[in-house]
Design a protein around this ligand. Structure first.
Ligand code: THU
Length: 129
């Protein structure tokens, strides 16, 4: 089934409107589809203890588990202007563990797989050694 990236991007934009980013002023929204077609989303939530800040992807992954688990198949995140941005390094790691092997991301340079944006990822299998 073809994925409606415009709709997913719009959902990320709507999530961005709920961001709490009084310190950086940089609002982020993220949206993704799970294997069963479920749409999950998140916004960044900053904190006076700057390092405690939650990226938009944190809320998104929490919603994935809260609403039944599974893995992400398609992902996009946007800034306050609703422009597509790249997830930060830490969140690529989050997406890697919570995505399918062929998770697709809409990036400023087009569609990319999780392997392309996080090559040689450290993951659960590494803990078996
Ligand atoms: N941010 C995200 O929410 N996700 C990312 O992938 C990149 C960065 C947020 C964290 C912080 O609230 C703000 O953007 C500036 O770094």
């Amino acid at each position: 089934m073809a994925v409606d990236w415009d709709q997913l991007r719009e959902a990320a934009g709507d999530a961005m409107e709920r961001a709490y980013a009084p310190y950086s002023g940089y609002r982020v929204g993220a949206a993704a589809l799970a294997e069963d077609g479920r749409l999950v989303a998140g916004c960044n939530v900053e904190n006076a203890g700057y390092g405690v800040t939650l990226c938009a992807e944190c809320g998104l992954v929490s919603q994935l588990h809260l609403t039944g688990g599974g893995h992400l198949t398609h992902f996009v995140c946007v800034n306050g202007e609703r422009e597509v941005i790249m997830p930060c390094g830490r969140c690529r790691q989050l997406l890697s563990e919570n995505g399918t092997r062929d998770l697709q991301l809409l990036t400023p340079e087009g569609l990319r797989s999780i392997d392309e944006v996080l090559p040689q990822a450290f993951g659960p299998a590494d803990l078996q050694h």
